[in-house]
Design a protein around this ligand. Sequence first.
Ligand code: DGY
Length: 324
Amino acid sequence: MSARPRILLTRRWTAEVEKHLAQHFDVTLNEGDVPMGAAQLRAAMSQFDAICPTVTDRIDREVMSAPDRRVRLIGNFGVGFNHIDIEVARELGISVSNTPDVLTDTTADLAILLMLMVTRRAGEGERELRGGKWTGWRPTHMMGQSLAGKTLGLIGFGRIAQSTARKARLALDMRIAYNGRRRASQAVEAEHQATFIDSVDELVATCDVISLHCPGGAATHHLISAERLRRMKPSAVLINTARGPVVDEAALVEALQARRIAGAGLDVYEAEPKVHPGLLSLDNVVLLPHLGSATQETRTDMGMRVAQNLEAFFAGRPLRDPVA
Ligand code: DGY
């Protein structure tokens, strides 16, 4: 009989990571890769030493307070952990880790991709061509907006925001402004030539591209509200690679329908995998299915980062990436 810790991966990971984990732990895979329900997750709390959930799993009090709970570590696959009730985990003495750093550039790349797709009307153009509606080149065909010299306003100024700032400034020649919970150090501001804007209201009113990089959760729920959408310039675009509920999706649909803003690029949604039907019929929005960190390399790095946390925890060493 194996004395190795029992680990549950709630979704399939890359083959490389699954193989690596199997060498160290008694691993159970969710073979069908279908999201587990609350009852299954609650049952798992009593059967495993650690569970490794992702953004599709809601780990709340009901799940964590399973009788005869055995789980001592929740090794989250992902940097965002708003789907885990951290207060309850702390209260119950369950450790929680996440996977920062390894997905920073990949997610920033996707924010840049969305900015370009929206401002250069890439989705719309591809739909026209595939739909057999392209009639040929002409000087006024599907003109978008240039980004050079425009101001990128970042909400949140952590790792992913700073990587996005670097790419936008160096590759696209954009100016950088930001709002965050705290003002960054002078050195960080100088590195990104970034201007701190003290209020979200002012940032949304003055920037050309607003890109969201704040955590999800109660504090940022509908941070981009109908009122803030009204403050944006008619030429401005909104990019969300953070968490869906940061934006009031119904209000965004109204703003896009009324052309009160020029466009939006979304990778995350309020009720994933459901997408507001109003978004689906609009041409001035680019919609991706939560692909922020989705490269082969990054998804393997994320899994290996979870593995490092599991290995540290079960060897009695401090977690590399503790969040509770
Ligand atoms: C992350 O890492 O936060 C991704 O959005 C998946 O959860």
